[in-house]
Design a binder for this molecule. Structure first.
Ligand code: NAP
Length: 513
């Protein structure tokens, strides 16, 4: 039997009382560890976090909590090699892809440590200036933000077990709100190990950081009105969460990060070669990083109709160089999908899209390196093409969560923007071109339906941070289909973990606050 991972709840480590679910190496097919949350006293654990962890965190200033985040960064840095080993075994990712998750998570945590240090000793945040409420200037209203007196429950997706933990936990802990994380079962190991290392280092007060691995059963039932819930995952699970009594009746504040059919758009150019090359490079990178299992990955690529063939050639030439297989082999640039279920989902999704598309580059043409096709959950990158961008509905509605993207031609910029919007709200759209005015216009037109617009002109070709890379300084989340959530964006993220109140009082009282 493999090791059964411990859960941390109520300030103590607990084994689940069931047999557990086995986590499997998606390349070698071997069992790794087991997770189980059966028999945990969730209500008592949530109460401990709320009452002990929350009170202890709130007793500290932002600067003191920021110092704890910085200490956690040190612990995680010291254990990076272990995290890489876990990611290779459990997520089947090559080192560069594991870095997006592991180092991306640590970087995000360290960014919040620095941001928090700048907030100083105060116990709450001001929101705007005091305004007088009547003729008498003595009676004023001042909005303030105070940490919520509840827990932050995180239910996360399988694709970012490290980053997904810290991008949520960093702003929560900095805000003074205790965290309970439930990672996706498939890849829970890395989340559990990171939490274990930080808890064992004794940095945070008891109850500040908890992890429950295994089934989500009962977690939402344990939520109370001042708790908050941040969910990342599929639209189907998001719909269940939205209708749960905790949200629908007890007004638990909820943030949803769901799936998204993101786009890249090449604007019409007098000399398109440079912009097209940048677009092709980014599309190929987005399709292959983490085998396309990124919520921000480019799924639809829009180019002027006259450049369709040229774009197809530029992207497929890059994809052809991708070596797929065992992430432990140095010649391999792209590893596996996370498990057999995801592999099947990608194959089914591809078949669904192909009914309305042609194949420009076939993933099946990639021979696996150092991996048994009967065992390894590897899928080569596939570029599809749809010449009738208006007539096909599937490409605009379907997120295939793997190394798959579709090229589409457009007539003019207005047509392109209308096609992008058929994604019904996305996390990110990249726009490529060299005319600053045209790029600015496109960015403004896309801003209402995208959490982030990533504008690439030649002068930022070297310094840009990448379409799919979520930087802690910028907003992550998107309207509509993307879930309507908002995360990160620097200190903006703290808003979710605070309650806003308008204090109406005399100037003297406001000054005393
Ligand atoms: P999922 O199947 O919806 O699972 C997400 C999480 O929800 C897992 O922890 C899962 O636990 C849990 N869960 C399942 N059923 C639940 C229920 N009835 N109540 C409460 N929690 C429940 O999604 P996934 O397959 O892990 O992730 C892939 C999807 O996530 C993709 O569509 C991707 O686009 C999206 N995603 C979005 C973002 C973003 O930031 N917008 C980031 C990453 C991924 P178990 O694992 O134990 O079932």
């Amino acid at each position: 039997m493999t090791e059964l991972l411990l859960n941390h709840l109520g300030g103590q480590w607990h084994l689940g009382s069931g047999q557990g679910t086995e986590l499997i190496d998606p390349v070698l097919g071997q069992p790794l560890v087991r997770v189980d949350a059966t028999g945990l006293d969730l209500r008592a654990g949530f109460a401990h976090a709320r009452e002990q962890g929350g009170a202890a965190l709130r007793a500290l200033s932002y600067r003191e909590r920021a110092a704890m985040l910085a200490a956690a960064v040190q612990v995680l840095q010291a254990n990076r090699d272990t995290y890489y080993d876990i990611a290779t075994a459990n997520s089947g990712t090559v080192r560069n892809d594991s870095a997006v998750d592991i180092d991306g998570g640590i970087f995000t945590l360290s960014t919040y440590a620095k941001l928090g240090a700048g907030l100083g000793e105060r116990p709450f945040l001001l929101d705007g200036e005091a305004v007088r409420l009547g003729k008498d200037p003595l009676f004023q209203s001042q909005h303030i933000l105070v940490p919520t007196r509840g827990v932050a429950l995180f239910i996360n997706a399988f694709n970012f077990p490290a980053w997904g933990l810290w991008e949520k936990a960093a702003p929560a802990l900095l805000s003074g709100v205790p965290v309970i994380i439930k990672p996706a079962t498939t890849t829970a190991w890395l989340t559990q190990r990171m939490v274990k290392d930080v808890v064992d280092a004794g940095i945070f007060p008891s109850g500040a950081l908890s992890v429950v691995c295994g089934s989500s059963a009962g977690l939402l039932d344990a939520l109370e009105p001042f708790d908050v819930l941040s969910f990342t995952g599929s639209a189907e699970t998001a719909a269940l969460i939205r209708s749960h009594p905790a949200v629908a009746q007890r007004s638990v504040r909820v943030n949803i990060e769901a799936d998204s059919v993101n786009s890249a758009l090449l604007l019409p150019e007098a000399a398109p070669e440079a912009a097209l090359e940048l677009l092709a490079k980014e599309v190929a990178r987005e399709m292959t990083v983490k085998s396309g299992q990124k919520c921000t990955a480019i799924r639809r690529v829009f180019v002027p109709a006259a450049l369709y063939d040229q774009a197809a050639n530029a992207i497929t030439a890059r994809l052809a160089k991708t070596t797929v297989g065992n992430p432990r082999h140095e010649a391999v640039s792209m590893g596996a999908l996370v498990n057999r279920a995801q592999q099947l989902a990608v194959q089914n999704g591809l078949a669904y899209l192909k009914a309305q598309a042609q194949t420009l580059h076939d993933g099946a043409s990639h021979v696996l390196v150092d991996a048994d096709p009967a065992v390894a959950c590897c899928v080569g990158p596939t570029l599809l093409g749809v010449r009738d961008a208006d007539g096909s509905d599937r490409v605009h509605d379907t997120e295939v969560f793997g190394p798959v993207a579709t090229l589409l031609p457009y007539r003019d910029p207005a047509h392109a923007l209308a096609l992008v919007r058929r994604g019904q709200g996305s996390l990110v759209c990249s726009v490529y071109g060299s005319d600053a005015g045209a790029l600015a216009q496109a960015a403004l037109a896309l801003a209402d339906s995208h959490g982030r617009v990533h504008v690439i002109s030649p002068e930022v070709a070297q310094s840009q941070t990448g379409h799919g890379n979520v930087m802690p300084q910028s907003l992550h989340g998107g309207p509509g289909r993307a879930g309507g959530g908002e995360e990160l964006g620097g200190l903006r993220a703290l808003g979710f973990y605070h309650r806003r109140s308008a204090i109406q009082a005399s100037t003297n009282v406001l000054n005393a606050i």
